[in-house]
Design a protein around this ligand. Structure first.
Ligand code: PMP
Length: 285
């Protein structure tokens, strides 16, 4: 991704794509002091744009740093970067991090905080698996306790085990990995939340120890609008056997049906297709 034409918004300026670099002694490189957002622009409008910018501020706060741009300034920067690259349908990545400066130890109060925003065309995250039903592995790592790490921040440090779990899943021919949490309950995938269907009702893990995705919240609202019962609750891994349908939600994943998790199979059923179509319509409305 480094060698491309285009512009990236970096610390208040649109810079050439290839020149959007950071120093190797950036604090974030060594201590994971970085937070980010993944957003999608449809027909020239970023879906839930402000919510994403607000979450970026929240995540930075959880890591004890402040982004030196307001939500309004971030909104304007996203518009500028989309315009500069001539994009109307794109994935938008905002990232804020502690840079290189006076401090090189763990403490970093004197180092500058940076913000960069890039945008590019990015199709469905699960590619061909999208409507066929993705095959999901079970991760060997667990989502950590909220007493261990700020689990509701979209922070780079939380993704270390996502990368290794996704690599392990792909090596087995799967598209993603499902995490249990530190208590052994079903949690989320490496970049998406998870939903199940049984007897016409929807069940999804309570977002108490992982990212309460903006797509997750949107899909729950839509289901409720359609008078479909949604149970946000503790889900045990043993329950996977009894669910009929399953899908993932996320900005990149959108609504992606799941066909298999480990040894359990799910049908790509009507509700799953309906909610995927409904989401697609909503984001473009
Ligand atoms: N969980 C994780 C770990 C994620 O990376 C994402 C993607 N941001 C999600 C859930 C879904 O969040 P959202 O719907 O806000 O994109």
């Amino acid at each position: 991704y480094a060698d491309r034409d285009g512009k990236i918004w970096m610390d208040g300026q649109l810079v050439d794509w290839r020149a959007a670099n950071v120093h190797v002694l950036s604090h974030a490189m060594h201590y994971a002091s970085s937070v980010f957002e993944g957003e999608r622009c449809y027909n020239g409008k970023i879906f839930k744009s402000r919510e994403h910018s607000e979450r970026l501020h929240f995540s930075a706060g959880e890591l004890d740093f402040q982004i030196p741009y307001t939500v309004d300034e971030i909104e304007a920067a996203k518009t500028a970067v989309l315009q500069a690259n001539g994009l109307t349908d794109a994935y938008v990545r905002a990232v804020a991090w502690r840079g290189a400066g006076e401090d090189m130890g763990v403490a970093s109060a004197r180092n500058p905080v940076h913000l960069a925003i890039a945008a590019w065309e990015w199709g469905n995250y699960y590619g061909d698996a999208k409507m066929k039903g993705a095959k999901i592995d079970i991760a060997k790592w667990k989502r950590p306790s909220p007493e261990t790490i700020p689990v509701h921040a979209k922070a780079a440090g939380l993704y270390m085990i996502c990368t290794t779990s996704k690599h392990a899943a792909e090596a087995k021919g799967c598209s993603d990995a499902l995490f249990m949490d530190y208590r052994g309950y079903v949690a989320e995938c490496t970049g998406a939340n998870i939903f199940f269907v049984k007897d016409g009702e929807v069940h999804t893990p309570k977002a108490d120890v992982f990212l309460n995705g903006i797509t997750r919240q949107t899909v729950i609202e839509r289901l409720k609008d359609k008078q479909i019962q949604v149970h946000e609750r503790v889900i045990l891994p043993e329950e996977l056997e009894g669910f009929e349908q399953c899908w993932l939600t996320g900005t990149a994943a959108e609504v992606t049906p799941v066909g298999q998790i480990g040894d359990y199979n799910f049908e790509v059923g009507t509700l799953c297709r309906d909610i995927a179509a409904d989401y697609e319509k909503l984001v473009r409305s």
